[in-house]
Design a protein around this ligand. Structure first.
Ligand code: SF4
Length: 340
């Protein structure tokens, strides 16, 4: 659970139930600075000049806000739309795509106008009838660490459980799932977990739970009957990677219950970076040991007009073969979505 160092309530957010819940949950904690803003300017209230300090202070800040505007961003290919309940994340993964895309907003932001957001989701669902419309809850955030006191995911899960044509999905590295387990979901929400080896977690995923704890949370979610998927990412090809990733898969398999309601889905993504991301990472984490030597990689033009440095063809082939063989060998009720 995220215990912030400071909470910034944007204008009018204390009039909403979630705003009140957050306030009541933390109001007696003397270690937390609570600020009620009469505008929406949060940056002035977060100390730190330059990316390095601002990033660290931002990661300890919770902003309570209102999602403005009614349009949702599209979210291809994983869903039709983003569900804008949150943005930002408390984790400090050095390679995180949010460093590049939300670099000036490193803080976790919770939007309190969930009713209005879900009403808008319903409009999108109606527009696409009779098709199914999928909403992604983690396009720009990891939404779980604030759930124990916001209950926003719970509200969304309940909403989609009654929806004939709307579906919800989100992905997390965090483990605060207990309050989601007894909710009626009707299989309309898919919860995915991002896994990695403990070496990678220790080296690059600061402030996130261990591999074992993430697997325990995934097992709880499976036992609660949710569709559950695993994102193994980013895969790094370091010395001994095969042993470590095999152990991860075996550990998961050993914990799985006999009967699972839906096949476990696997998505496996190798590490890649852009020059822009690399420059930001080097500023936010000057001591990083992330493997980002351009000469060791292959440059590949991406679909969004900028290029990425990826592992070489042979290495990717070896990685694909490895995961395909191991997943097929170890798991029965599963679906490999892609390995890239
Ligand atoms: Fe980024 Fe995910 Fe790590 Fe959060 S947990 S910092 S969203 S990679």
């Amino acid at each position: 659970m995220f215990i912030p160092k400071r909470i910034l309530f944007q204008k009018n957010t204390l009039n909403y139930e979630i705003g009140k819940n957050i306030y009541n949950f933390f109001k007696d904690n003397e270690n937390i600075e609570i600020v009620e803003l009469n505008n929406n300017r949060v940056k002035d209230k977060i100390p730190g000049d330059g990316i390095y300090d601002f990033y660290r202070e931002g990661k300890n800040t919770l902003v309570v806000g209102v999602h403005s505007g009614i349009k949702f961003q599209s979210c291809k290919p994983s869903a039709h739309y983003q569900l804008p309940l949150f943005s930002g994340c408390i984790g400090q993964c050095e390679y995180c795509y949010l460093n590049t895309n939300l670099g000036d907003k490193p803080y976790m932001k919770v939007n309190v106008n969930v009713d209005a957001i879900l009403e808008q989701a319903q409009k999108y669902i109606d527009e696409r009838l009779p098709e199914i419309t999928i909403f992604e809850g983690s396009a720009t955030s990891d939404p779980i660490p604030t759930e124990p006191y916001t209950h926003s995911l719970a509200q969304a899960i309940k909403f989609f459980s009654n929806s004939s044509n709307g579906r919800f999905r989100f992905v997390s590295k965090f483990t605060d799932v207990d309050s989601l387990l007894d909710i009626k979901h009707n299989g309309n929400t898919e919860i995915r977990f991002t896994l990695n080896t403990n070496k990678i977690i220790k080296d690059f995923e600061s402030r996130t739970p261990s591999m074992e704890k993430r697997i325990d949370a995934a097992i709880k979610v499976i036992k609660a009957g949710y569709p559950m998927g695993l994102l193994i990412a980013p895969v790094f090809l370091y010395e001994g990677w095969k042993d470590d990733y095999r152990n991860l898969l075996l550990h998961l398999h050993n914990k799985l219950p006999e009967d699972i309601a839906y096949p476990i889905t696997f998505e496996v993504i190798s590490h890649r970076y852009t020059t822009r991301a690399k420059n930001i990472i080097l500023e936010a984490f000057p001591q990083t040991t992330l493997p980002m030597i351009d000469e060791d990689r292959t440059f590949k033009y991406g679909q969004f007009g900028y290029g990425k440095y990826v592992y070489g063809k042979e290495q990717i082939r070896e990685m694909k073969n490895f995961f395909e063989m191991e997943i097929n060998d170890i798991f029965r009720n599963k679906e490999i979505k892609y390995i890239i």
